[in-house]
Design a protein around this ligand. Sequence first.
Ligand SMILES: [Ca+2]
Ligand SMILES: [Ca+2]
Length: 154
Amino acid sequence: MSPLDGGKPKDNLYKSSLTDTSHHIAFLTPLFWINDRARTSTRIKMSLSSVLSADAIDAAMKDCQAPDSFNCKKFFQQCGLTKKSPAEVKKVFGILDNDASGFIEEEELKFFLQRFNPGARVLTEKETKAFMSAADDDSDGMIGADEFQAMVLS
Ligand SMILES: [Ca+2]
Ligand SMILES: [Ca+2]
């Protein structure tokens, strides 16, 4: 028997079964994934104190209470983040990325201090812009996980 024998019927069978089922699959996209993502981000938010000590966070917060006194490098040193492992730094990134988009946008950066302490002030526009430009290596206006890690651990 040559390999070509019977090739045609098989091919036809495959084609017909593909057209019968493939157009049904598009309707199965589950909408509840959106809710699931929001729940995950709430869970991560509660774990900042599991990475950093409360005393170190307090010390870092006290030092930038006055508007325009915030310096991101100094803050990361004072809160102890610069001494953490890449995995822990990534965890903190996940907390700061409040909407779980995979990036820290300028809007999230503004509320940076409030992730550490809900009663803290928002960053001024000047501080937010300085923070962004210190981390945003590819200038896309957002801080990616790699950019965040590079800034903190540099
Ligand atoms: Ca985000
Ligand atoms: Ca970027």
